[in-house]
Write a protein that binds this ligand. Structure first.
Ligand SMILES: NC(=O)c1ccc[n+]([C@@H]2O[C@H](COP(=O)([O-])OP(=O)(O)OC[C@H]3O[C@@H](n4cnc5c(N)ncnc54)[C@H](OP(=O)(O)O)[C@@H]3O)[C@@H](O)[C@H]2O)c1
Length: 313
C-alpha cells in the first residue's frame, strides 16, 4: 500500500522535477553565457587575431588590452596580480566583443618567464602581436635584485622580454604579418658594460633608464634580424608621466593621460604602413633618445650578454 501510494506521487514528482531540471539547466546555460566561470578558459576562434600584452593588469597595458579586444581580437592578459587580471578578462568577455584569458608570471624569475613562454606555445597556435609592456619604474630608489640575482629593472624590463620574445618567435613567424612592440621610454641611460648590474653609482632612475634603453637596442637588432620575414618590430615612448600606478609610486604629478599613451600604442598595433625598426615618441617616429642605440658593437655586446644571462646560449 505504501509503495503503490508512493508511485503516483513519485511519478508526479518526476514530471515536475523534470520540468524544474530543464528550467534549471536553461538558467545555468544563460548564466554561463553571460558570465563564464573562472574555469571556462576562453579560446580564440578560427581566424581571430591573438595579441599578448604583457603587464596588462594595470595602467597603459590594461587600457590597450581593452582597446585591442574591442577591435575583436583575443587578448592574452598578463601580470602578477591574478585578481586584477581576471577582472579584466571578465570585463572583456562580458563586453561581447573580443575575448581574453589571463596568465600570471613574475618577470623577476626566469623560471616563471620560461614556464609562461612554454604555456603560451602550448595554448596558442598563432600570435599576431606581442606587446612587451610590463615594466617596473624607478621608484623605490633602491638597488633591488631579481630571483636570478640580477639588477631588478634590467631583468624585469629587459632580460625577461628578451627571453620571452625569443621563445615566442616560432609563433610570430608562423603568424605573419605579425609584430613586436616594445614599450620603452625617453628615459634612457647608456649601458656601462663594466658595470651592467649597476653596483656603483646606483639610482633607480639610472637602472630604469638602462633597462628602457636596452629595449630600444633589442628593437633595432631584432628588426635587422627579422627583415624580410614578415615580423616587424617597434619601440615606443608612449607619453611622459601618464597617470598610472608606476608614476604615482614615484610621487610625480601625472603630466599625461593613459589615453594619450594608449592612442600612441594603438597606432603601432593597427597601422600596416609603418616601417620596421623605428623608435616612436608618441605618434611620431624619431631618433632613439640615446646614441648608444646606434652603436653596432654595443648592440652586439648586449645581445651576447643577454643570451648568456637568460640561458639562451
Ligand atoms: N607611466 C608612464 O608615464 C610611462 C612613460 C614611459 C614609458 N612607460 C612604460 O609603459 C609601460 C607600462 O607602464 P605603466 O605606467 O602602465 O605601469 P603600471 O601601471 O605600473 O603597470 C605595470 C604593469 O607591469 C606589470 N609588472 C610589473 N612588474 C612586473 C613583474 N615583476 N613581473 C611581471 N609583470 C610585472 C604589472 O603587473 P602587476 O601589477 O600585476 O604586478 C602591471 O601590469 C612600462 O613598460 C613603462 O616603463 C610608462
Amino acid at each position: 500500500m505504501r509503495r503503490s501510494r508512493q508511485v503516483p506521487n513519485g511519478r508526479a514528482m518526476t514530471r515536475h522535477g523534470g520540468a524544474r531540471f530543464k528550467m534549471a539547466l536553461a538558467v545555468l546555460a544563460c548564466v554561463l553565457l553571460l558570465a563564464p566561470p573562472a574555469w571556462a578558459q576562453s579560446r580564440p576562434t578560427a581566424g581571430q587575431q591573438v595579441v599578448l600584452v604583457t603587464g596588462s593588469t594595470s595602467g597603459l597595458g590594461e587600457e590597450v588590452a581593452r582597446r585591442i579586444a574591442a577591435g575583436g581580437a583575443h587578448v592574452i592578459v598578463h601580470g602578477r596580480n591574478r585578481e586584477r587580471g581576471m577582472a579584466l578578462v571578465d570585463e572583456i568577455e562580458r563586453s561581447g566583443t573580443g575575448s581574453a584569458w589571463f596568465y600570471a608570471a613574475d618577470f623577476a624569475s626566469f623560471a616563471q618567464v620560461r614556464e609562461f613562454g612554454e604555456t603560451i606555445l602550448r595554448d596558442y597556435t598563432r600570435l599576431d602581436i606581442l606587446v612587451n609592456n610590463a615594466g617596473f619604474g624607478s621608484a623605490p630608489d633602491e638597488r633591488l635584485l631579481s630571483e636570478d640575482g640580477h639588477e631588478f629593472r634590467f631583468q624585469v624590463n629587459y632580460l625577461a622580454p628578451f627571453l620571452l620574445t625569443r621563445m615566442l618567435m616560432p609563433r610570430l613567424l608562423d603568424s605573419t604579418p605579425s609584430r613586436i612592440i616594445n614599450v620603452s621610454s625617453l628615459a634612457s641611460s647608456p649601458i656601462d658594460f663594466d658595470d651592467v648590474m649597476i653596483e656603483n653609482n646606483f639610482s633607480g632612475g639610472r637602472a630604469y633608464g638602462q633597462s628602457k634603453h636596452s629595449q630600444v637596442m633589442m628593437t633595432f637588432d631584432l628588426a635587422e634580424e627579422l627583415e624580410g620575414t614578415g615580423v616587424t618590430v617597434y619601440a615606443l615612448h608612449p607619453a611622459a608621466y601618464m597617470d598610472t600606478p608606476m608614476v604615482r609610486r614615484l610621487g610625480q604629478r601625472p603630466m599625461a593621460t593613459v589615453d594619450e599613451g594608449a592612442t600612441a600604442l594603438m597606432q603601432l598595433v593597427t597601422s600596416t604602413e609603418i616601417e620596421s625598426g623605428q623608435f616612436f615618441n608618441g605618434l611620431r617616429a624619431g631618433r632613439a633618445p640615446n646614441a648608444q642605440a646606434y652603436d653596432l658593437e654595443a648592440r652586439a655586446m648586449l645581445k651576447e650578454l643577454s643570451e648568456d644571462l637568460t640561458g639562451l646560449r
